[in-house]
Structure formats: structure tokens, C-alpha cells
Design a protein around this ligand. Structure first.
Ligand code: P61
Length: 460
């Protein structure tokens, strides 16, 4: 079967309400044409994020009833540690309440007190970049050039460009690079996977200069599934073995369990480095909690432990990746421009090509996001000029991002395929009516991370 069916049946349902076109026009106006300001109850299909939005299994819910809420040494911590160890293989496992805290602990430790440090990555996600920059470092994106061409088809558009990495080491010197990173899959670059060869070679290059190598592991199982399907020599290996090999090259990882942990909250930091683990544990106690719970309840750690086992199941991953792919294929077949090939957790609409008559200065991604909501009650997120355009500090001119995208992130095990069909059909209808979609201007913006709270207004 090209698109394998769901390997589960539904035991609990959450009703979702449909609003009328008329209501939605009022709602989006009140929201300042920013979908972040819409109450979730007024959304029909919510594709804002795949983070923390998974449906847990009966096994995970049962695990939550086995929560041991002891302050120190909860039995759930030991189970969580055992599972993380089995998959990721790192000696020290430090729970956090979500991914960005793991990032914060890492960067506030390794960047502290030293100026001019640089952190290379394929593409930093925005929280990673923010944590690097807040701690005085420079976050550099060294993804392969082909990633910038939305229509180019390649198996591993998430790879880092090793020549760019070597050039960076030559230019700034290894002593100014405290670690190197890879984000799997590459969220900011379209949910594209990184190959095992690229992980291995990145590690080898960094290690040659004694630079530790860390993985941002949020979507590690989806990445492992792509390796199994696309990279020679991995078809007969289990997802567990592939994941173990991926992490065997690394010195540690940061993880948001809200993605491939299949939970609504949680994360961790893991490493083999004793000294770093000690320093991070000391900071953890200051900001998150005792080392055996981080910012989590015992029941949360149990749900993560069980989620991490479930996410390795091949039937689940085959269904997961193909649900996203099927949505992408429906759109491609109708001529709708999307970033290709379809990524692991989301379909990214190419707003520049969808609305060629709306210049970047008029926010085509916002125009499309607003139209998706008013037309069909679907919430997506703009990953374009509202999120990334900024003024050049020297010339004052606005620098626009290469890509103008609208991300449809698919929550795990949440929506049925007929709901996905509804999404596809409505996007196709919008595409057929694209000439009638106009641009927007900004009415209010905050000085940082303006996309969350901006208020917009239609130009016509
Ligand atoms: C997302 F609009 N991602 O994709 P935390 N690394 C990576 C992530 O994708 C990621 C984190 C670290 C989100 C949530 C999100 O401005 C935004 O558990 C590759 O969310 O702290 C999160 O993990 C951080 C959406 C985050 C945003 C920030 O939708």
C-alpha cells in the first residue's frame, strides 16, 4: 500500500467545532490577522505545530497512573533513564520540562564568560538560535545549498555542507567553536532528514579538531525512518539500531520529547561528558529541579519512556511519514507549489510561488495563513518575512529571508486521513482563487520575536 493505514483505533474522542465563514471573518479581524491570537476552540484543524500536540496511547495513559511522585529517585526516572540509554546510548540523562531548557542549560554553560564563540548547525531552530545568541554566541546555519531550492528533489536536504564547516573551522579556529550541532530532522529547512553518512562525517570532522558534536534530537525517529528508506545499507536495520548508530557518533544531545517522545510536555539533555553533565546538573537544580525529575512529574517521565519505545515502531513511522506525504502528494498533483520533497512532520507551502503577485514586503505567508483560516478554519504558521525579515544594522535596509513558507505541521496520531483530505481540498480551492488574495502590512510589532504578537491589516 502506498500510504499505509493507521496502526491504531480511536478510544477517546475530542469534539471539534466548525465555525461559519462569517464568524471566522470577525474572529481573524479581532485577532489582528495573526493566527496566534485565535482561541484554539475557534480552529477546526490545528496545524500550528506538531510540538506537544500528540495523542498519547492507552499504554502511556496507563503509565501516568503509575507515576511515583517521590522528590528524589522516583522509579519512573530510572525507567526513563533506562529507555533513553537504550536508544541514545549516553551515560548521563538529565530531564528538563521541554527542549529549550536543555538548550539553555547547554549554552549557558559552554558559552559562559567567553566572547566570540560560534555554534555551527545545519539550521538552528529559533529557540536554539535564541539560546546561543542570548548567551553571547553566534549561531551559524551551514545547510547544503540545495536546501534553498524548494523544487529540487534530493534525499537528504537536511545535510550540513561539510565544506562550509571546514571553511568555518579554518576561518575562526577550533578554539572558538565549543561544539558543532546537527538538527534532525531539519525543522527550519522543511523537516528534511540528515543522512547517516553526513552525521558520521560531521562527527569525524569536528572530532579531528577536538570539537564535541551534539544532536538536536527532537525528530530523531522520523530521521531514522528516512535513513532506512533512502540510504543504502539501512533497509534491513531496525529503527532502534539506526537511532543508536546516529547517536553513537555524538557526544550528547538536546531533546524536546514534545515531538518524537509522543508526549505533551517534556525533554532532556544527555551526554557522555562527565564534567559537562556535572555543571549542567548544578544549573538544573537552580532552574528546573532535583536531578531525577528536572522540571517533570514522575508520571510525565513514565509517559516519555513509553512514548520513546512506541515511536520506534515501524508501522507507526510508516503511517506517520506517509500521512504527511499523502497530503503533500495531493497538493503536488493539483499543481500547488510546496517545498519538495515533503518533510517528515509537515508540509510547507511555498508562499512566494503560491502568491507571486504579493511581494515579500506585503507578507505573502501571512496572506496565505489568513486565507486558510477564513476559508476553512485551518491554522498553519507563517515561516517567512514576519518571522525572519529584519533591518540590516549598517544600511538600515530590510533583509528578506530566502524562503517564504507556510508550515502545515501535522500532530502525531491526531487527525484522520479524511481530515487531511479536507485540508488538501481547501488548499487547492484557495490556489484556484489565488488572484483574489492580497497582501498585508504591520499595524503593531514587538521588538523581538514579533510574529507571535504582531497585529496586521489587509492592504486592500
Ligand atoms: C515547533 F513557533 N519546535 O516546531 P521546545 N529544536 C527544534 C524544535 O523544533 C523545537 C525546539 C528545539 C516547535 C515549537 C515552537 O517560535 C516557536 O520543547 C528542532 O518547544 O522547547 C521546537 O523545543 C524547542 C514553535 C517553538 C514556535 C518555538 O513548532
Amino acid at each position: 500500500m502506498k500510504y499505509p493505514p493507521e496502526p491504531f483505533r480511536i478510544k477517546t474522542v475530542e469534539p471539534i467545532a466548525r465555525t461559519t465563514d462569517y464568524e471566522r471573518i470577525g474572529i481573524i479581524q479581532d485577532a489582528g490577522y495573526n493566527v496566534f491570537n485565535i482561541p484554539a476552540a475557534k480552529i477546526y484543524i490545528d496545524l500550528l505545530t506538531d510540538s506537544g500536540t500528540s495523542a498519547m496511547s492507552d499504554n502511556q495513559w496507563a503509565g501516568m497512573m503509575r507515576g511515583d511522585e517521590s522528590y528524589a529517585g522516583s522509579k519512573n526516572y530510572f525507567n526513563f533513564e533506562k529507555v533513553v540509554n537504550r536508544i541514545f546510548g549516553f551515560k548521563h540523562v538529565i530531564p528538563t520540562h521541554q527542549g529549550r531548557v536543555a538548550e539553555n542549560l547547554l549554552f549557558s554553560t559552554i558559552l559562559k564568560d567567553t566572547k566570540g564563540l560560534v555554534i555551527p548547525n545545519n539550521n538552528h531552530f529559533d529557540t536554539t538560535r535564541a539560546n546561543v545568541e542570548y548567551n553571547g554566541g553566534q549561531a551559524l546555519d551551514l545547510v547544503v545549498d540545495i536546501a534553498k531550492d524548494t523544487q529540487a528533489i534530493a534525499d537528504f536536504k537536511g545535510n550540513i555542507d561539510l565544506k562550509k564547516l571546514q571553511a568555518l573551522i579554518d576561518r575562526v579556529g577550533p578554539e572558538r567553536i565549543p561544539i558543532g550541532m546537527l538538527t534532525v530532522t531539519n525543522n527550519s529547512g522543511g523537516g528534511q532528514p540528515v543522512s547517516m553518512a553526513n552525521i558520521r562525517e560531521t562527527a569525524a570532522l569536528l572530532h579531528k579538531f577536538d570539537i564535541p558534536f551534539f544532536i538536536d534530537a527532537c525528530r530523531f525517529a522520523e530521521n531514522a525512518y528516512f535513513i532506512k528508506m533512502r540510504e543504502a545499507g539501512y533497509r534491513d536495520k531496525s529503527i532502534l539500531d539506526i537511532a543508536r548508530e546516529m547517536f553513537s557518533y555524538a557526544d550528547g544531545c538536546t531533546m524536546s520529547a514534545k515531538k518524537d517522545g509522543l508526549v505533551n510536555m517534556g525533554g532532556f539533555f544527555a551526554t557522555n561528558n562527565d564534567e559537562l553533565a556535572q555543571q549542567i546538573t548544578n544549573r538544573l537544580i537552580l532552574i528546573e529541579g532535583f536531578p531525577t525529575y528536572g522540571g517533570l512529574a514522575g508520571r510525565d517521565m513514565e509517559a516519555i519512556a513509553r512514548g520513546l519505545e512506541e515511536v520506534l515502531e515501524e508501522d507507526y513511522l510508516a503511517y506517520r511519514i506517509s500521512q504527511v506525504e499523502e497530503l503533500g502528494d495531493r497538493l503536488i498533483d493539483a499543481g500547488v507549489p510546496i517545498l519538495r520533497p515533503t518533510g517528515g512532520h509537515a508540509v510547507y507551502l511555498d508562499a512566494k510561488n503560491f502568491l507571486p503577485h504579493v511581494p515579500q514586503s506585503q507578507f505573502p505567508g501571512i496572506a496565505l495563513t489568513v486565507s486558510l483560516y477564513t476559508h476553512a478554519g485551518i491554522r498553519a504558521v507563517e515561516i517567512g518575512s514576519l518571522m525572519f525579515a529584519h533591518e540590516d544594522s549598517e544600511t538600515g535596509e530590510v533583509v528578506y529571508p530566502d524562503l517564504e513558507l507556510v508550515r502545515l505541521a501535522i500532530p502525531r496520531r491526531v487527525y484522520t486521513n479524511s481530515q487531511m483530505q479536507y485540508v488538501a481540498e481547501n488548499i487547492i480551492e484557495l490556489y484556484q482563487d489565488r488572484e483574489n488574495i492580497g497582501g498585508y502590512s504591520i499595524e503593531y510589532q514587538a521588538p523581538v520575536l514579533r510574529h507571535f504578537t504582531a497585529r496586521m491589516k489587509p492592504l486592500a
